[in-house]
Design a protein around this ligand. Structure first.
Ligand SMILES: Nc1nc2c(ncn2[C@@H]2O[C@H](COP(=O)(O)OP(=O)(O)O)[C@@H](O)[C@H]2O)c(=O)[nH]1
Ligand SMILES: [Mg+2]
Length: 253
């Protein structure tokens, strides 16, 4: 199968080169049964992120780069990336992965192993046994990190412990190919698109598995999430709750 790791970037020049190198030189070598590729979606970073990606893709032909005219939000970036990976690059599965060092690339083979076991949707989960967020985070940050996901879980009745995880694998055929890619049809162009897409995948009855991951501290650069994302998540949860075509009929395996 052809599997693409999709990495949205905005000002990740400090992190992206090393990440691409580890993926191609180390991690992908442990996944000989699939054809692995990387698609970086850069939001026109002023810090030369795209140049660092272009330099890496000259060494590794399985690294692709698409550029947005401007930073539009992580949800819009993933929608653009999914659409490109599926329609133009022939992806059979796509992996959402942050470019800031907070996800461990060495966890990718564990997600793919569950895809190989027949799962359609594999979530790297911080909130199942064995998963974790950084111990050094202040209490308010720890609580904030769970807020959106817990709200989604409780209000929408989702059988998922980490509804806002940014690290997951989606099968394309029958599932990711049906997600809304038009940025104007996303309930959020920002982080809360995660809740929207999770809901859609469960509604399509994706066979889902949460695997534990340790969420790490950012390597360098700075977070792009803001207070707006809290209200945005609430909006998405309520929009899904009260829309007409209803809830997931879904069983966890
Ligand atoms: N293309 C693009 N990438 C983004 C945007 N916002 C965030 N990212 C990238 O998405 C990933 C996760 O963002 P980050 O700021 O680390 O989120 P946080 O860890 O939740 O604070 C990083 O690789 C960011 O560079 C955006 O508006 N456009
Ligand atoms: Mg981050």
């Amino acid at each position: 199968m052809k599997i693409f790791v999709i990495i949205p970037t905005y000002n990740e020049a400090a992190n992206i080169g090393a990440l691409l190198n580890i993926l191609c030189a180390k991690v992908f070598k442990k996944i000989p049964n699939h054809r692995m590729g990387i698609l970086v979606v850069d939001g026109n970073s002023p810090d030369c992120t795209a140049e660092a990606v272009a330099a890496a893709s000259a060494r590794y032909p399985n690294i692709f780069l698409i550029k947005e005219k401007e930073k539009r939000g992580i949800g819009a970036a993933y929608a653009y990336g999914f659409n490109h990976a599926i329609k133009n690059l022939g992806a059979d599965a796509v992996i959402e992965f942050d470019g800031d060092g907070q996800h461990d690339p060495n966890d990718i083979p564990r997600l793919i192993a569950e895809f190989d076991n027949g799962h359609d949707y594999v979530i790297g989960s911080r909130y199942v046994a064995g998963g974790a967020i950084p111990a050094e985070w202040a209490l308010y940050r720890k609580l904030l990190s769970q807020l959106g996901g817990l709200t989604a879980k409780l209000i929408l009745g989702l059988p998922i412990n980490d509804a806002t995880s940014g690290f997951k694998l989606s099968r394309v055929a029958g599932f990711a190919e049906n997600l809304p890619f038009d940025a104007n049809k996303l309930l959020s162009k920002y982080y809360a698109y995660k809740i929207h897409w999770l809901y859609e995948m469960l509604r399509m009855d994706a066979k889902t598995k949460e695997v534990p991951i340790q969420f790490l501290e950012r390597r360098g650069g700075s977070s792009k999430s803001t207070l707006r994302d809290i209200f945005d998540s609430l909006y998405v949860v309520l929009a899904l709750k009260f829309r007409k075509n209803k809830s997931p009929q879904h069983k966890l395996s």
